[in-house]
Design a protein around this ligand. Structure first.
Ligand SMILES: [Zn+2]
Length: 748
């Protein structure tokens, strides 16, 4: 949480630093036709400012820039500005820094591609030039685009910016001045065919780094109109680098100028690398996991500096093919970077970042590869497939009771939760199968599974091969040492029971054949079971021991044989269960919830041999018995010691025991920090019951839950948080103004 607030504050601080008080000029709409006729002579350059200030606490970039940027003999400066509570206007800034109103647009949506397209068209029609440069103002988020318009709850995706550029024949130079994190490879790639030079910051940005360079930049365009686009890219970085303000507070500065004509080669090199890493994934993944934490990252770790990543990867990778690929990426990366500057806090910045995942709690937005979302880099390369593979390597799951889908919880509630938490494993739990079967709305479950699959979320079924008390009395239930027949737990020595258990899997899979896997919930013998006639006879036949196991001394050799025999029974059952189902569903994966630690052995579960059969073991972490914060990781690590199979914890919330919120958060965090492969929470219903602070749990699943800046933040975070952030921003903005004011006075 602290981190997210600090990102917010950084952004607001940066934006607020640019406030300078000047007065609006009083141009009227009437003069714009005359003005246009008198001023729209064709020049060498038209500089377009796309100033989207229509967001919460947005400032007035026009005021800043009119004081700095200005037209000249060879340059026209045009500004489109939309403020939160004001109509949007297009202005011409003349030689004397006067703002001349060209057009009052009323309320417009700066997050719509049409607005960008219309603005560029307007400039090209009315201020036609040899070349065009455009600058964007607002928040930004790398491949997710920029320019949120709060009034319209919309923003520009990279695909939309591309579309606007295509339909207006593009521009020569693009500057993402204020928008953060736009020095992203995916964003450059998206615009590569519609601009020559692309300038953006890998880390947070702000007008403060651009404000003072606008005057010399305009002077350069005016005085050296023939300077090439690439030379200008270099000039801009030099100006930023040399600016006195930037020199004094440049610790977090990152800014790079990229030439787009070599981006195809770079994309191709990354594609080859991605494919080879995917082909060698099981070997390469642990290597990446080992070094990636040290790579220069941006946006609280969401983006990595591509150069730094490749350079560090080269040190550890032993695969020759991949090493050649890495070298090829570096060669091509070096060619696209025209110039770059960075402060001392970002020593590993080289000008271009790339989307990556934290490997301990990977967050992957599937929109990245969504065809409709239109990110060309994801379409053209296997980088997205690689990211998805890394994402799925650590399971972050939720089990949803089949009976609540469409009843207690709507499909969209579950899907929203999945999205908020960035969940990558959905388990539809049929629980006590004979009960659930009569209490499930099958069509709703089917729709949930389809929608989950559509979102590329691995989706599993789970069930307990048990009966309710008094049901199926003709089946052999487990017999306790005292002779009591258990009402619910079946004996897996009995063939009819094995077939009965398997038949339920078939019933479920007939309805939902597209699921990725099926989990059998904790098949076991009670520690004092089973002394049913079937077990007694089978034990005699299997071992040749004729005395009754009831009489075994717990220290005897015979008792040890008995315990091993019971484990074999469960292992044989799981083998039979899997083989039978595989015949019908060859692609299906198999999982098993098991008792944790020492308990597993005493209930007939041989973790090592079970791990050789199934694809997934889920030791359960019973939250009622948590005593230490690393409880969950201890359980997983114990299991990991004796099996090579994937191990994810089944974090069981026990409603009646009133687990605290911290119990759940600790168990998730601890599972993620273990040697295991993730966790799932059982179950959705308890989690959203109202007993827990669901927002904090979502934050644990997904540290970016509150997001980088997006219009929805204000709606979703709501309440106290909103007020809290609001107050802090107000204080910081006020302080900044005061400091700036004093600073300005001192200068005079
Ligand atoms: Zn038995």
């Amino acid at each position: 949480m602290k981190k997210i607030i600090s990102i917010w504050l950084t952004c607001i601080f940066i934006l607020s630093n640019t406030i300078i008080f000047t007065n609006f000029c009083s141009a009227t709409e009437d003069n714009n036709q005359n003005y246009l006729q008198n001023n729209s002579t064709r020049k060498n350059w038209t500089f377009m400012f796309y100033d989207d200030a229509d967001f919460y606490n947005g400032y007035d970039p026009l005021e800043d820039f009119a004081g700095q940027a200005c037209s000249g003999e060879n340059l026209n400066v045009i500004v489109l500005q939309d403020k939160e509570h004001d109509s949007a206007k297009i202005w011409h800034i003349d030689e004397n820094h006067n703002k001349n109103l060209l057009k009052n647009m009323g309320e417009i949506n700066m997050g719509a591609y049409e607005t960008l397209k219309d603005f560029i068209s307007y400039c090209k029609e009315n201020f036609s030039a040899e070349r065009y440069i455009i600058s964007f103002y607002n928040h930004g988020s790398g491949w997710q685009g920029c320019c949120n318009d709060d009034t319209n709850n919309d923003s520009l995706t990279m695909d939309e910016i591309q579309k606007a550029f295509i339909e207006t024949d593009g521009v020569d130079i693009v500057c993402f001045s204020a928008p953060c994190l736009m020095g992203a490879l995916e964003s450059v790639y998206e615009l590569k065919d519609y601009t020559d030079v692309y300038i953006g910051s890998e880390e947070y940005s702000g007008y403060m780094w651009w404000i003072n360079i606008m005057k010399p930049l305009c002077d350069t365009l005016n005085q050296n109109p023939g300077r090439s686009n690439i030379e200008l890219g270099e000039t801009i970085i030099q100006l930023i680098d040399n600016d006195s303000y930037n020199k004094s507070s440049r610790d977090d500065l990152t800014m790079g100028a990229i030439r787009t004509d070599k981006m195809n080669d770079l994309g191709n090199a990354i594609d080859i690398l991605s494919q080879d890493v995917i082909n060698n994934f099981e070997e390469s993944y642990p290597i990446i996991k080992q070094f990636y934490q040290d790579v220069q990252s941006f946006g609280t770790g969401r983006f990595l500096d591509l150069y730094d990543f490749v350079e560090k990867y080269q040190i550890f990778e032993t695969n020759q093919t991949i090493n050649t690929d890495l070298k090829y990426v570096l060669e091509n990366l070096t060619k696209v970077i025209i110039a770059e500057t960075h402060g001392s806090n970002k020593p590993g910045a080289h000008g271009l970042s790339i989307n990556f995942l934290n490997t301990s709690n990977p967050i992957y937005d599937t929109k990245y590869a969504d065809l409709d979302y239109g990110l060309d880099f994801a379409y053209d390369t296997y980088w997205d497939e690689l990211l998805e593979k890394i994402w799925l390597k650590t399971s972050k799951g939720i089990a949803v009771g089949s009976n609540i889908v469409g009843a207690d919880s709507s499909i969209s509630e579950v899907l929203d939760f999945i999205e908020d938490c960035n969940i990558n494993m959905l388990i539809v739990d049929f629980g006590w199968i004979t009960w659930s079967w009569n209490n499930t709305l099958f069509d709703y479950v089917g729709n949930l599974i389809n929608e989950s699959k559509e979102k590329k979320i691995p989706t599993w079924l789970m069930y307990r091969a048990r009966t309710l008390e008094g049901e199926y009395e003709h089946l052999q239930h487990q017999v306790h040492k005292n002779g009591e027949v258990d009402g619910r737990y079946l004996c897996f020595t009995d063939n009819d029971n094995i077939n009965w258990s398997i038949s339920w899997a078939h019933k479920m899979l007939e309805k939902y054949p597209t699921v990725d896997g099926i989990i059998l919930y904790n098949p076991m013998f009670f520690s004092d079971c089973c002394y049913c006639p079937v077990c007694l006879e089978r034990f005699r036949n299997d071992t040749g021991i004729v005395s009754n196991p009831i009489d075994f001394d717990v220290d005897s050799e015979e008792y040890k044989t008995w315990i091993i025999w019971r484990k074999n029974i469960i292992t044989d059952f799981i083998n039979e269960w899997k083989n039978n189902i595989t015949d019908f569903y060859p692609e299906l994966q198999f999982g098993m919830v098991v008792e944790s630690g020492e308990m597993a052995g005493s209930v007939g579960q041989n973790i090592t041999s079970l791990g050789e059969i199934v694809d997934l073991l889920c030791p359960f972490v019973a939250l009622d018995s948590i005593t230490e914060t690393d409880f969950a990781s201890n359980i997983i690590n114990e299991v990991k010691k004796i099996t090579d199979v994937r191990v994810i914890s089944d974090i069981k919330i026990y409603g009646p025991y009133n687990n605290t919120n911290n119990d759940i958060i600790n168990a998730i965090t601890s599972s993620l920090n273990s040697n295991g492969d993730g966790f799932f929470i059982w179950d959705f219903d308890s989690l959203v019951s109202g007993n827990y602070n669901i927002e904090s749990i979502k934050m644990t699943y997904n540290p970016y839950y509150f997001g980088w800046y997006s219009p929805s933040i204000q709606e979703t975070s709501g309440g106290i948080l909103q007020v809290y952030i609001g107050i802090i921003m107000f204080i910081i903005a006020t302080l900044s103004i005061a400091i700036l004011f004093l600073y300005e006075r001192k200068k005079q």
